[in-house]
Design a protein around this ligand. Structure first.
Ligand SMILES: C[S@@+](CC[C@H](N)C(=O)[O-])C[C@H]1O[C@@H](n2cnc3c(N)ncnc32)[C@H](O)[C@@H]1O
Ligand code: SF4
Length: 378
């Protein structure tokens, strides 16, 4: 089983926090689609004989495309790859693109999972983030999606936004859980270099929220999600039983995937490839028949670090059997020795044959993960 990720790089407006590759224009739309269709067929052997069980249309903003355009992309995938009948097909939608006839079109294409980028239900936050939509549009979009019969629906929220109090975050969570959503991705705001917020942070015109406030918002998220029947299967991802994202879970389980479109990454178990992070450069590269810009063979330590980085963020944790099989006695002993102090501090627990972060540990997951990283250039 394998996955396909498609990166649609167009956005209608620049969100101040966002570091995902995107261009705020629509100009190269048809040139881009031609290149994407070409790339889909150029890379048809990348996954070998593997069957595709998940397709993810992400971005950027895939909902800038018409149903017809999306159909041509999916058709090209079906033509070139073996896709399972019950393939999970996700599309990211921006609230102001959602209309009943568009949703009907998506259903017709057998897209069966919707990810709606709400970010916050409070207009003051949305303004600050420079989102295109307001809370009324988000509510309309979510109601229409649920009304039109989509069952597997997830929303994105951001917390840790400057100016957002714990009460504000609580009302965002309560309102979100009052809908029939099956999944929530909730991310703490990060200030990425090169974004507007990153620059404002450097200039001192914005500041990150206090660590204690961050912790309180994270703890509230865990508590509210749990009472609403959601399972935190990854630090930022909460799903009702049976509604975890298969596509994203597969990234964390080292399943192979093919990434298409500018900036997209691919992984085949041994190496990682990534496409150029530039729309025009991408179109040129595809048209010249030389699709990849860079590639890296993964040595054992890099694979080990990647495994720890992803598995420790999940509810399944580090599978010690897998570590022993893949990284032999050296890897196993290293993990067991290092885990001792985290277990003593109550940050990690040893359950069955796995090492899993406790809620206390999840709060400082980045620090714990970085302690587990093996130096790679020795
Ligand atoms: C690929 S992005 C955007 C998908 C879609 N274009 C949208 O804006 O709704 C996926 C999600 O990552 C989150 N995200 C992106 N940058 C972030 C940042 N710097 N801090 C926290 N969350 C971020 C947002 O919640 C966003 O919806
Ligand atoms: S958050 Fe979404 S809409 Fe905003 S710039 Fe990033 S990809 Fe585009």
């Amino acid at each position: 089983m394998a996955g396909i990720y498609l990166h649609i790089p167009f956005c209608k407006k620049l969100c101040f926090y966002c570091d995902f590759y995107h261009v705020v224009t629509h100009d190269n739309n048809s040139e881009f689609i031609d290149a994407l269709l070409k790339e889909i067929s150029l890379k048809k052997d990348y996954l070998g004989e593997e069957t595709v069980s998940t397709i993810y249309l992400g971005g950027g903003t895939p909902s800038v495309f018409t149903v017809k355009e999306l159909e041509s992309i999916l058709k090209q995938i079906y033509l070139n790859y073996k896709v399972t009948d019950d393939c999970e097909i996700t599309i990211e939608l921006n609230p102001d693109d959602v209309q009943p006839d568009y949703l009907e079109g998506l259903k017709h294409l057998e897209i069966n999972r919707i990810s709606l980028g709400i970010q916050s239900w409070r207009d003051s936050d949305l303004k600050m983030l420079n989102r295109r939509h307001d809370s009324a549009q988000a509510e309309y979009a979510l109601r229409e999606i649920l009304k039109s019969g989509f069952e597997n629906v997830t929303i994105d929220l951001i917390y840790g936004i400057p100016g957002m109090s714990l009460k504000g975050w609580e009302s965002n969570l309560d309102f979100s859980f009052s809908f029939g959503i099956k999944h929530l991705s909730a991310y703490h705001l990060t200030f990425e270099k090169g974004t507007i917020f990153g620059k404002m942070l450097e200039q001192g015109t914005i500041s990150e929220i206090d660590e204690n406030d961050s912790a309180a918002q994270f703890n509230l998220l865990i508590q509210k999600a749990e009472s609403a029947g959601f399972i935190q299967y990854e630090i930022s991802n909460f799903g009702k039983p049976g509604y975890f994202s298969i596509h994203n879970s597969n990234y964390w389980k080292q399943v192979n995937y093919l990434g298409l479109g500018p900036s997209a990454h691919s992984f085949n178990g041994y190496s990682r490839q990534w496409n150029i992070r530039d729309l025009k450069g991408y179109i040129r590269a595809i048209n010249s028949g030389k699709p990849y810009s860079e590639s890296e063979e993964l040595d054992t330590r890099t694979k080990f670090n990647e495994y720890i980085m992803t598995s420790l963020r999940t509810m399944w944790g580090i599978d010690l059997g897998y570590v022993e099989e893949m990284f032999e006695k050296e890897g196993y002993d290293y993990v067991m020795n290092l885990s001792g102090k985290f277990k003593n501090y109550g940050l990690m627990k040893h359950e069955k044959n796995s090492l899993i972060l406790t809620n206390q540990g999840k709060l400082i997951s980045d620090n714990i993960i970085s302690e587990f990283m093996m130096p790679v250039n020795e």
